[in-house]
Ligand binder design. Structure first.
Ligand SMILES: [Zn+2]
Length: 166
């Protein structure tokens, strides 16, 4: 059996409905983790690049994908992981960045991929999702989950999470 083109399109659409386990305003498509959908005989092969290997949520992606496709009568599915090239925050869509901010989480600062900087004193120019000030400072490298750092805005004084998956 050959997998029809419309099946692939259908699957991409379904991915828009799978929320990120940690940030439900984002879908796995928004995060840019789905690399490709192919097929081997009658098995659909979904290739994903996990965002952050330390994220406990990563294991959930596979289950969520398989469950969602099953709901839609797509039964023969295999999920494969690829780490090459590694996921980067650049793959997060603009819509997702806006969604993060609206949700109260500062989206990753573009171009801040330097782990040394990140783990020593935090990323500079993180914008407060509430008042949009960049006068912010890192409080803790670990926020509500390992994927987020806790920041505080020096202007409105509100603490907030910074999405630091790199
Ligand atoms: Zn603020």
């Amino acid at each position: 059996m050959v997998v029809a083109e419309k099946t692939y399109k259908h699957i991409w659409k379904l991915f828009e409905q799978i929320p990120d386990p940690e940030i439900p305003v984002l879908s796995i498509l928004d995060l840019g983790i789905v690399r490709r959908i192919t097929s081997e005989d009658d098995t659909i092969v979904i290739t994903i690049t996990p965002t952050y290997s330390g994220c406990p949520a990563m294991n959930l992606f596979e289950e969520d994908i398989i469950a969602k496709l099953k709901e839609n009568n797509i039964m023969n599915v295999r999920v494969e992981m690829t780490y090459d090239p590694p996921w980067t925050t650049a793959w997060i869509t603009d819509k997702a960045r806006k969604g993060l901010e609206d949700y109260g989480i500062a989206p990753p600062v573009r171009g801040s991929q330097d782990k040394g900087e990140l783990f020593k004193e935090g990323v500079k120019n993180v914008r407060c999702p509430l008042c949009k000030s960049t006068n912010t400072k890192v409080i803790s490298q670990f926020g509500s989950t390992a994927c987020k750092a806790l920041y505080k805005c020096e202007d409105c004084l509100e603490p907030f999470d910074y999405f630091k998956c790199i």
